[in-house]
Design a protein around this ligand. Structure first.
Ligand code: HEM
Length: 397
């Protein structure tokens, strides 16, 4: 009897990334824990085993790195995140600071600005009619509202996207395009660090709230800078990609879009469903601290485990009719933002940002059609679109 189930599937290959859902189905059919030989890593891909791994932080550590690189054995490309890539007790302290900076009170204050920006950008796109949806709508919107909320100056914000590619590109194995990209944009990490300094951040923004925690002695000045860096790493590409994928799902399911158009208050739930159905964050990693067992499979210490959130979200044992896109679905146990102590600290921010966007869209746009081939971007940490050609028909005035 072999001591483990193995697969030759390569989650970083173009074929896998083009249609991860077929690959997930194959993996779920193979067993609860599968060894991916190509990369010498384990993976879990059912709802229950992803939950188990993500909630047991004493066994499955984040300190080994957020991507495939094992920081217990290899050097990270940058100083690791002091929230995502640490375990308790360090994690508890930094997480508390970010949770406070993203409190419901703070979100209530920024809602109006999101609504105004979303309404204006959707109106401009609607007036054009035919648009390339990513570059003209689903990218500019988060790239405006997110840095505005943090308190970043206007200039050169595209650098945030370049930095996002550096951060999420490091998630996978080192490949030539990534090394070239890092070389071409080698000044960008410095630009980011400069933007994260106290005096570069506008009064009243979330960045300054993080520095206020340093003034209270809860974190050091250096840690405040690192937490602003985390914000800028985790908060842009994720929402750009998830909003883009949600818009495509709506355009490809006219019956679902009709429901949203008739009742724009469904916007938040539509995005919740898209986060389950087809989202930016398809997988995250953990590294084992000790020998352990998952669903009867022994895993040694110091091993990488890839958790496919995108597959857990399509697991029929948890979600009824999991491959259907249904914007009225009552989702119990969303796993698209992760779970446990590292579950996305920005999830309420992301939901708010998307809700304002899709509400404005449904209020103004009668119909939306995909008019040509869409393109996926190929960097390994996130799933997202680079092209989404759309025809928008505004509602009659
Ligand atoms: C739809 C958009 C988003 C998705 C799908 C998403 C997804 C995720 C996931 C899956 C994790 C868990 C990582 C892990 O357990 O290893 C995570 C963590 C995190 N996210 Fe998000 N995220 C989104 C938006 C945001 C935004 C807007 C922010 C900032 C405002 C943010 C900040 C963070 C941070 C700081 C962490 C680390 C939390 C911790 O380690 O305690 N995310 N996110």
């Amino acid at each position: 009897m072999p001591d483990r189930v193995t697969s030759q599937l390569d989650p970083f290959s173009p074929e896998f990334r083009a249609d991860p859902y077929a690959a997930y189905e194959e993996l779920r059919g193979l067993g609860k824990v599968v060894y991916l030989e190509k990369h010498d890593i384990w993976c879990v891909h059912h709802y229950d085993t992803c939950q188990q791994v993500l909630t047991d932080y004493e066994t499955f550590s984040n300190a080994g790195g957020g991507g495939i690189k094992n920081y217990f054995k290899e050097k990270p490309w940058r100083k690791p995140s002091i929230i995502l890539e640490v375990d308790p007790p360090e994690h508890t302290r930094t997480r508390t600071v970010l949770s406070r900076a993203l409190s419901p009170r703070v979100l209530r204050q920024i809602r109006d600005r999101f609504e105004v920006d979303a309404a204006r950008m959707v109106a401009e796109a609607g007036a054009k009619g035919e648009i390339e949806g990513v570059s003209e709508l689903t990218r500019p919107y988060p790239l405006k509202v997110f840095p505005d909320s943090v308190g970043l100056a206007d200039a050169d914000r595209d650098n945030l996207l370049i930095y996002g590619t550096m951060v999420f590109g490091a998630f996978g194995p080192t490949v030539p395009w990534y090394e070239e990209y890092m070389e071409t944009h080698k000044d960008v990490p410095e630009w980011i660090i400069a933007r994260c300094q106290r005096d570069a951040l506008a009064e009243g923004g979330i960045g300054q709230m993080i520095y206020a925690a340093a003034d209270e002695g809860k974190i050091t000045e250096e840690e405040a800078m690192m937490l602003v860096r985390t914000f800028l790493s985790a908060g842009v590409d994720t929402t750009v990609d998830s909003i883009g994928l949600c818009l495509r799902a709506l355009a490809e399911h006219p019956d679902q879009y009709a429901k949203l158009r008739e009742d724009p208050s469904l916007a938040r739930n539509a995005f919740e469903e898209a986060t389950r159905y087809d989202s930016s964050s398809q997988s995250i990693f953990r590294t084992t601290l000790t020998e352990c067992e998952v669903a009867g499979q022994k895993i040694g210490a110091n091993e990488k485990v890839m958790c496919f959130l995108g597959s857990a979200s399509r697991d029929g044992a948890h979600f009824e009719d999991p491959d259907a896109f249904d914007i009225t679905r009552k989702i119990k146990g969303q796993i698209g933002y992760g779970v446990g102590i590292h579950g996305c600290v920005g999830q309420m921010f992301a939901r708010l940002e998307a809700e304002c966007f899709f509400q404005a869209f449904a209020q103004q746009i009668e119909s939306v059609e995909v008019t040509g081939p869409t393109e996926l971007r190929m960097h390994p940490g996130l799933r997202g679109l680079t092209k989404l050609p759309l025809k928008l028909t505004p509602k009659a005035a």
